[in-house]
Design a binder for this molecule. Structure first.
Ligand code: ATP
Ligand code: ZN
Length: 211
């Protein structure tokens, strides 16, 4: 019996996900060009996937557990359980507007158009704040949308803010603070839960050692 974990194939979550497993004493042979790899010394099988697909795969039990950003997890709204916050890939989902705009608060967005790759989270934010605004869903390069006249504002992931700055935008409201989390399928067998708890025990030890 092995526990199946889904991690990002390449990108901002990949290195830290592999490093976390390594720090837990689990060796995964580099699977950059492979879909699957087996850990040598722990009952773990690793699947390399696009981060966007991880919540679905865990919900469907194609993978038992996964490492994914909270931003993707809450946008996708799949039924999975958060086991542990992992403390890496920290970023925020934030509103960006033209740097010279007179932004006084969320009501600025009333009647505006907003470009984003996070339509679900943006819609929720707008509804919570009683704002009527139009959402333009685009899949990448969201930060250029105001400059080309596609939208008045954007909602995108920000870490340093330099991408916004380079595109003549300033950061305003934070919609969600995000970091990588370990998620699991809602209905794992006792046997799989036992493997998971020994993995989580190691992860917690790694976290403590860092503090
Ligand atoms: P994939 O090909 O797997 O779909 P991607 O291009 O969607 O990759 P990445 O840019 O690698 O995704 O980001 C993966 C995750 O890393 C994000 O969903 C987010 O949780 C986190 N992240 C941390 N900092 C940032 C940042 N500054 N910009 C974007 N994502 C960030
Ligand atoms: Zn992605």
């Amino acid at each position: 019996m092995k526990l199946k974990i889904a991690i990002q194939k390449s990108g901002r979550l990949y290195e830290d996900s592999i490093k976390l497993l390594k720090d837990c004493g689990i060796d995964v042979r580099n699977g950059m060009n492979k879909l699957k790899a087996e850990a040598e010394n722990f009952p773990l099988e690793v699947f390399f996937l696009r981060d966007d697909d991880i919540p679905q795969y865990v919900a469907d039990k194609v993978a038992d557990i996964g490492i994914v950003g909270e931003n993707v997890l809450y946008e996708k709204q799949k039924a999975v359980t958060v086991v542990e916050k992992l403390g890496f890939s920290k970023c925020r989902l934030a509103v960006g507007v033209g740097k010279d705009e007179n932004y006084t608060g969320a009501q600025y967005l009333q009647g505006k158009t907003i470009a984003t790759s996070y339509p679900v989270l943006v819609r929720k934010f707008l509804d919570d704040n009683n704002i009527n605004a139009e959402i333009h869903e685009i899949s990448g390069s969201v930060e250029i949308a105001p400059g080309i006249g596609l939208s008045d504002a954007i909602v995108d992931l920000v870490s340093s803010g330099s991408t916004l700055f380079m595109n003549g935008l300033k950061e305003t409201e934070t919609i969600l603070k995000s970091e990588a989390v370990l998620v699991r399928n809602n209905e794992l067998s006792e046997e799989k839960l036992a493997i998971l708890s020994s993995l989580v025990f190691r992860m917690q030890a790694v976290k403590k050692a860092k503090n």
